[in-house]
Write a protein that binds this ligand. Structure first.
Ligand SMILES: NC(=O)c1ccc[n+]([C@@H]2O[C@H](COP(=O)([O-])OP(=O)(O)OC[C@H]3O[C@@H](n4cnc5c(N)ncnc54)[C@H](OP(=O)(O)O)[C@@H]3O)[C@@H](O)[C@H]2O)c1
Length: 316
């Protein structure tokens, strides 16, 4: 254990971090040990990781000192923030500063920061194609992350900027799966027209991150984008039809309609899908499928993800 490089994982009990914890635990001869960071070392998920051989350490990303202590002695770390637990880009930016500062204080050799585009580089606030939200953002949960990339660079933290993709798991956990229409038929709604969406099985994100840690220094200072497949809404609906054994239609609503759905975050997500749509080429080109598979040879396609998870998609 002692000569292994320790990777500290923020969000270890969640979707992205959990995939990385499992990838490291599943490769005991890979030269890495894992330190799972959680706010509650006594939760069922934390205990399960401890039982499986992970070191489990408490820290909160709102508290830089707790992070610095949790990162001590580690070789590297995986950082992710949790926009949807508070919906505040200002809070997210403060948390990212805490992460970068703690990494610097701990002298980490390799950080992977899970980020997204600052969409304002393509859609400035003056661009009226989509509304400006919260006074200074187009896609708040993207922009706060992208804007903060520079914090790692400014502090001189050796960082790989990992650009993630839309989780297919949102069809299970985020209410984005097909729904029954008034005629009883299933409809998959996405404001994407005929453009492609870069998607991924959430669990594959951590596996790709593990591939980056294994490759090591060549990825420091680099941006790496990952996806399992780039698919249109129609292709996703067809794959859903095959997996669920019943017809799923594709309902390509406009971004305006999506923004008006009224659930918390609908405007943010409506703008996000419009960005995916209007900048399909940019967004998909930044998420290379061959590179993703080279980092993670078990990378799932949408069909493979559906074969494993289709039955868990709520259809009401
Ligand atoms: N959904 C998508 O399609 C998608 C796509 C790309 C990027 N993203 C981004 O992914 C991020 C969320 O990552 P995820 O899906 O892996 O999250 P997640 O599954 O919701 O996991 C959150 C975990 O983080 C921990 N956590 C929450 N607040 C914390 C805090 N203050 N300090 C320390 N740990 C905390 C919690 O663990 P404990 O309770 O054990 O502390 C929890 O298990 C979001 O920022 C989102 O924008 C999402």
């Amino acid at each position: 254990m002692s000569d292994k490089k320790i990777i500290a994982v923020v969000g270890a009990t969640g979707a992205q971090g959990g995939g990385l914890v499992r990838a490291i635990l599943d490769d005991p001869d890979g030269g890495f040990a894992v330190r799972a960071i959680t706010r509650d070392v006594n939760s069922d998920a934390a205990r399960a990781f401890a039982n499986a051989g992970a070191e489990v350490v408490a820290a909160d990303i709102d508290d830089e000192a707790s992070l610095a202590a949790a990162l001590k002695g580690a070789y590297g770390a995986y950082f992710v923030t949790f926009f949807w637990s508070h919906f505040s880009p200002d809070k997210e930016k403060a948390q990212i500063r805490n992460l970068a500062a703690a990494a610097k204080a701990a002298g980490l050799k390799h950080v992977i920061w899970s980020t997204l585009e600052d969409t304002r580089q393509w859609v400035p606030l003056s661009d009226t194609r989509m509304p400006t939200l919260m006074g200074e953002y187009k896609v708040p949960h993207f922009d706060a992350k992208g804007e903060s990339n520079k914090v790692f660079t400014e502090l001189g933290v050796p960082t790989t900027f990992l650009f993630t993709s839309f989780y297919w798991d949102n069809l299970i956990y985020f209410g984005m799966g097909p729904k029954k229409g008034p005629d009883g038929k299933l409809v998959f709604t996405l404001p994407m027209g005929d453009r492609k969406l870069a998607g991924i099985a959430a669990g594959d994100i951590g596996k790709c991150a593990y591939g980056i840690f294994r490759q090591g220094p060549e990825y420091i200072g680099q941006s790496v984008g990952i996806a399992g497949e780039h698919l249109t809404g129609k292709q996703m609906a067809d794959a859903l039809s095959a997996a669920l054994g019943q017809e799923v239609g594709y309902n390509a609503v406009s971004p305006e309609t999506y923004r008006s759905f009224g659930f918390p975050g609908a405007e943010d997500l409506g703008n996000m899908f419009q960005f995916y749509h209007d900048f399909e080429q940019v967004f998909c080109a930044a998420r290379n499928l061959d590179l993703s598979r080279a980092l993670n040879p078990s990378l799932q396609t949408f069909d493979a993800w559906l074969a494993e998870n289709g039955a868990r998609i709520p259809l009401e």
